[in-house]
Design a protein around this ligand. Structure first.
Ligand code: ADP
Length: 205
């Protein structure tokens, strides 16, 4: 990852919060932004930290369904009829209803139960799969919240490193995606993700 050129930028963003850090690799960027609300972000896709039922919940999931309206839940119900519950680490895309984004990618983060139950691999998979699905849809940009770090209690120092490194690796492999953005809701989470992004010049896991 020696080729990642990081540039500290502080430019005000009208939607979703302040851009804190942009890391460029050729024509691709990994952006850390916040404190901000992902429902207001104008990337082609935003990622929802869903639960396995896909029927909505609290936290960012509730915020996305509230802001996007009933079309998102309808689309989720059709997916559940087809495939049942969504296992941790997997992702599916729906329309985005009234949101500015074109798609919502729903992924199920792992619930933290000590770290020895495959949590790290599942969390990395959430990021890889979400980017892969957005890339299949030929989208150029995708925004992530801090998956699993709320109700699912994943320690944010570890989650941030896994999220940023797995997203950076998937971004490098993508054919269409040019920007992966993390939109963090609070300052503490934002600081952890910014720190993890600064460490990207170390080898990826
Ligand atoms: P999980 O169940 O995967 O832990 P949560 O929604 O409980 O998901 O929390 C994940 C993260 O999303 C937390 O950092 C929480 O503060 C954050 N969050 C909550 N609402 C929003 C929002 N509107 N935009 C961005 N992040 C949000």
């Amino acid at each position: 990852m020696g080729e990642w050129a990081s540039a500290l930028q502080r430019t005000h963003e009208m939607n979703g919060g302040l851009e804190i850090l942009r890391i460029a690799l050729g024509d691709r960027s990994l952006v850390i932004a916040g404190p901000g609300d992902i429902t207001r972000v104008q990337t082609d896709a935003i990622v929802n930290a869903a639960n396995a039922s896909l029927l909505g919940g609290g936290g960012v999931d509730g915020a996305i369904h509230r802001a996007g309206g009933p079309a998102i839940l309808e689309a989720c119900k059709q997916i559940v009829e087809r495939i049942g519950r969504l296992p941790a680490g997997q992702a599916v895309a729906t329309s985005a209803g009234r949101l500015a984004a074109r798609y919502v990618v729903h992924t199920v983060g792992p619930f933290w139960s000590g770290g020895k139950r495959g949590e790290a691999e599942a969390l990395a998979s959430c990021h890889r799969e979400s980017i892969r699905i957005a890339d299949e849809l030929q989208l150029a940009s995708i925004a992530f919240p801090a998956i699993s770090t709320g109700a699912y209690r994943y320690p944010v120092d570890q989650a941030s490193q896994i999220a940023v490194s797995s997203a950076a690796a998937a971004l490098q492999k993508a054919a269409y995606i040019r920007e992966v953005r993390f939109v963090l809701f609070d300052t503490r989470t934002l600081e952890h993700y910014a720190q993890a992004a600064h460490a990207l010049d170390k080898p990826l896991m």
